[in-house]
Write a protein that binds this ligand. Structure first.
Ligand SMILES: [Zn+2]
Length: 236
């Protein structure tokens, strides 16, 4: 049975109730979860799973064939299959990851505002050196563009606009999104996150308001063959 991914519908909630469906190889499986499993360039959540008599510290969360596995250490008495539990995500870690991840989308928005037609590729939204990659050509002075893009991004992050989730058919994604990646699954609804009128098909967690990201620094823009890497950081 696939785990129901509650963060797909509500990115701001940090707790939920759930039922334990399986326990294997030191990992706990639940019928539904609010924990984000690592993926899409974004690190996993940590936190705790508790019940009246038991407690488990969640140290790592991974996807495995549609199921989310919560790994960690038992702090107090073991759980058993069928137990009802409370899940609580570590807010500090989640907030930081959501801000770093969202800043990657603001860079997409900034490039569009600067009329730079690069095609988004993969992103790495870990605190130790985040970047976003594009296919295209850097027909410009990299340093000048770094400054222009940084100014544009920091103008965008002044906005109090709230992010919004829309579940839609694949055929409608191009109406909402500037770029539609080829890897989107067919036959199931696509989750589009809207930053104002800028939509991104994305399964990650995002800030509640664009201004929650804070200041973005563009550290470096460099090209290797046809891939352009934009390295950035946010204020911690
Ligand atoms: Zn995203």
């Amino acid at each position: 049975m696939e785990t129901k991914l509650l963060y797909m519908e509500d990115m701001q909630s940090l707790s939920c109730t759930a039922k334990i469906t399986d326990i294997k190889d030191g990992g706990i499986l639940l019928d539904q979860t609010i924990f984000y499993p690592q993926g899409g360039g974004q690190p996993y959540d940590t936190g705790e799973i508790t019940s009246d008599g038991s407690a488990f510290d969640v140290k790592e969360v991974r996807f495995d064939n549609g199921q989310v596995v919560h790994y960690g250490n038992t702090r107090k008495d073991n759980f058993k299959i069928g137990d009802s539990v409370e899940c609580e995500v570590n807010q500090k870690r989640r907030d930081l990851h959501s801000r770093i991840h969202s800043a990657g989308h603001v860079i997409d928005m900034g490039l569009k505002e600067c009329s730079i037609p690069w095609v988004p590729g993969k992103g790495y939204h870990f605190p130790d050196g985040p970047y976003v990659e594009y296919e295209g050509n850097l027909n410009d002075d990299g340093e000048r563009l770094e400054k222009q893009l940084e100014d544009t991004c920091n103008h965008i992050t002044q906005s109090d606009v709230r992010t919004k989730i829309v579940m839609t058919d694949l055929k409608n994604v191009s109406d909402l999104c500037h770029h539609v990646p080829t890897y989107l699954p067919k036959g199931r609804p696509v989750r589009v996150v809207l930053y104002g009128d800028f939509g991104v098909p994305c399964g990650g967690t995002h800030v509640e308001k664009i201004s929650d990201i804070g200041k973005i620094t563009i550290r470096k823009i460099k090209q290797k063959k046809s891939t352009i890497k934009v390295s950035y950081q946010i204020n911690s």
